[in-house]
Ligand binder design. Sequence first.
Ligand code: FES
Ligand SMILES: [Fe+2]
Length: 334
Amino acid sequence: MFTDTWYCAARAVELSTQPLARVICNEPIVFFRAAKSGDYVALEDRCPHRQAPLSMGRVVGDEIMCVYHGWMVASDGRCTHVPHQDSVSPNAAVRSYPTSERWGLVWVWIGDPAKADEGTIPEMPWLVSDDHSTILSCFHAKANYQLMADNLLDVSHADFLHAGSFGSQAGQKGETDDVKQRMDVTTQNDCVRSVRILENVALGPMASAWGGFTKPITRTTRQRWEPPNTINIELRMENDENCITFNHDHVMTPETATTCHYFLGFTRDFNLESGYPTDEDMRREQEGVVLNEDIPMVEAQQLNKIRFGDPVDIPGQADKFLIAVHKRIAELNR
Ligand code: FES
Ligand SMILES: [Fe+2]
């Protein structure tokens, strides 16, 4: 787990003057939006008095009041008021974390605050582009964040796990496999990129309906991973009937060693004005796929990894990107 890095903590719309408790990298944190300044505040979720969770408290102005005995804690973590006392112990303080809002997401810096550079927040400009329609979703998975990330680094699952939506189960044993696969993976600086092109591939019902496709297509998947675990995927589907593109962004944040938060931005450049799909269609379909297909699979993998004592994976050729990312993570952790 990297510490000197920005982790996505919440969608901006989740944060208000109502405190939100969320564990990030094993650290219980209370998030709220300061009522006067509008700043996003992140504090250790404990009161310096007697450890009541501040998330049970109430935001008053730019501070939070602990509901147990009314102590006030400011956005820098210092206690500023104790009822019926003229002074406050200088030791009455909790840790505060740097935060930043970007791309409709709120990020928190878990490591050394002096190193918190907002310029290192991952670039995802299409999430706020006028030419794209975006839905932002947040999920919780009972799986290590890397296992959830591996699900996105591995696009070959789309044809099988998502056969009811995107995929076609192309390449099944006993069937003619006339799909041509090309895949290139490159590592540059900290980022790993992959391009996978499948020609003459059939589509599942959901993807066929998005583009009005009736015939097989060429599906090009461009992926980019950057540490600690942001994966941008550009998915293009085309044939002589249509050409449609999605940019989807996946950001995994560790909660504990075996649980994570998963943020998904799903962005499209087609059918923006009318018709199918609308944003609500997209949200229902995408969240359905993740909740009913990806997360149950990843949680089952997590259980098996525990049961079988973390056995060694045997990679296939389509796992090239996943392997390159794991190698880069190992290098960065050295
Ligand atoms: S525990 Fe918070 S005010 Fe006492
Ligand atoms: Fe998936």
